[in-house]
Design a protein around this ligand. Structure first.
Ligand SMILES: [Zn+2]
Ligand SMILES: [Zn+2]
Length: 170
């Protein structure tokens, strides 16, 4: 997603507005896969402030992720605002590790947007707070049916007794 910044590079306070749809198919991050159900909308502006350009944008979209307990695909909508400082290395000698350095009059902000999406959505997603997840032994989705595996809460004292009895039998 390339933005032409020539009109924002002119003088203090000059500004470029943008409102675009960015195609992202899917991103993989920390073993999770995020599928985008529609293009991500990125709308905002870039304003020249001193030696820097201030990028502010509203990012919104919708993704498919898997519930981390039962693996069911769920839809999550997101909408957040992001702020970044851009520095044009052709026009400024300022070195700022926090800022995004670029050259020329255009900048591709796709990667910046994706990093911000990951910051805002990468956490454990649940299909519902009550999701029972999958049985660790047989893999049955416990939201749909109960399985035969006996995961009952065994009284630990009873367990000790059972062990003693078993040992005596040997
Ligand atoms: Zn679930
Ligand atoms: Zn089971």
């Amino acid at each position: 997603m390339v933005i032409d910044l020539s009109n924002a590079l002119k003088f203090e306070g000059s500004k470029v507005d943008f409102d675009s749809l960015m195609e992202v198919e899917k991103i993989e991050f920390m073993g999770d896969q995020y599928k985008f159900l529609q293009p991500v909308r990125v709308a905002g502006s870039v304003i020249k402030v001193g030696d820097t350009l201030q990028l502010n944008a509203q990012v919104s979209g919708s993704i498919n992720v898997n519930c981390y307990r039962c693996m069911k695909a769920i839809q999550k909508d997101f909408c957040f605002s992001m702020d970044e400082v851009l520095i044009n290395d052709d026009l400024s000698d300022v070195k700022d590790e926090e800022a995004i350095h670029f050259k020329g009059s255009q900048i591709d902000i796709k990667e910046i947007v994706i990093n911000n999406i990951l910051l805002n959505i990468s956490m454990k997603h649940l299909c519902s707070q009550e999701c029972k997840g999958l049985c660790p032994q047989c893999g049955t989705d416990l939201n749909i049916k109960e399985c035969e595996c006996r995961n009952e809460d065994i009284d630990p004292r009873f367990e000790v007794l059972k062990k003693l009895l078993n040992n005596n039998e040997k």
